[in-house]
Design a protein around this ligand. Structure first.
Ligand SMILES: [Zn+2]
Ligand SMILES: [Zn+2]
Length: 213
């Protein structure tokens, strides 16, 4: 088994992204990575060849993590999501900073320390943005940009980027929160959250996963 020290951070990030794409969309494509990291196709294809050679991914109907690649991704993602929970729940940081700092913390915890963090947090099922801690089940739902009028519950904010989280926070779109979709026009989705009305741009609504209540 390759230890994580053999992997450069950019390579780790690709593996995590592939894991998260599989988690949410069922599969990962090269074009998804190009879009997510805003790098050239050449850079991505070099990284993919490297990961393939290391036996961490294979090209099969898109990109697939091998069991070894998956276990590295899971270890990092579990560490990332528990770090975020620790930063928001124990230290009271907001969900933008907690995501940023978790990128660093995810690399430092020895396994036994991570276990302590997990149990101190009462084994949470998700990170503050609603992404499941690997091994714990979260029902996926629909995108807020794609549903009709009605009442729903927020499941997760898909991409944890600052501009997305800031807008989601402004509209009170936290996991578990009940919301009502009042209508949409292709540019905006109109919402009522906690008695207040919001017009959310579709680019943000595409990043919000919701369920029927
Ligand atoms: Zn995060
Ligand atoms: Zn998160």
């Amino acid at each position: 088994m390759k230890s994580m020290e053999d992997l450069s951070e950019p390579l780790e990030n690709y593996i995590k992204e592939i894991y998260e794409l599989e988690e949410i969309r069922g599969r990962a494509k090269v074009t998804d990575l190009i879009e997510a990291f805003q790098v050239s196709p050449g850079t991505i294809s070099k990284a993919i060849s490297k990961l393939e050679k290391m036996g961490l991914i294979e090209r099969k109907n898109g990109l697939k993590l091998t069991p070894e690649g998956k276990s590295i991704a899971e270890r990092l993602i579990r560490s990332h999501r528990l770090s975020e929970r620790m930063l928001t729940d124990m230290l009271g940081l907001d969900w933008i900073r907690s995501h940023e700092i978790a990128h660093k913390l995810e690399h430092i915890w020895p396994d036994d320390v991570l276990e302590i963090i997990d149990s101190k947090l009462d084994k949470p099922s998700t990170c503050p943005h609603g992404h499941p801690i690997p091994g714990r089940k979260v029902e996926l739902g629909a995108l807020l940009s794609e549903v009709g009028k009605g009442k729903y519950k927020v499941i997760m904010i898909i991409r944890e980027e600052e501009w997305i989280l800031r807008e989601a926070e402004r509209a009170g779109l936290f996991p578990g929160r009940e919301i009502e979709v009042l209508g949409s026009n292709g540019e905006k989705v109109y919402l009522r959250v906690m008695g207040k009305e919001y017009a959310l741009s579709v680019s943000i609504a595409r990043e919000v996963m919701i369920s029927d209540r």
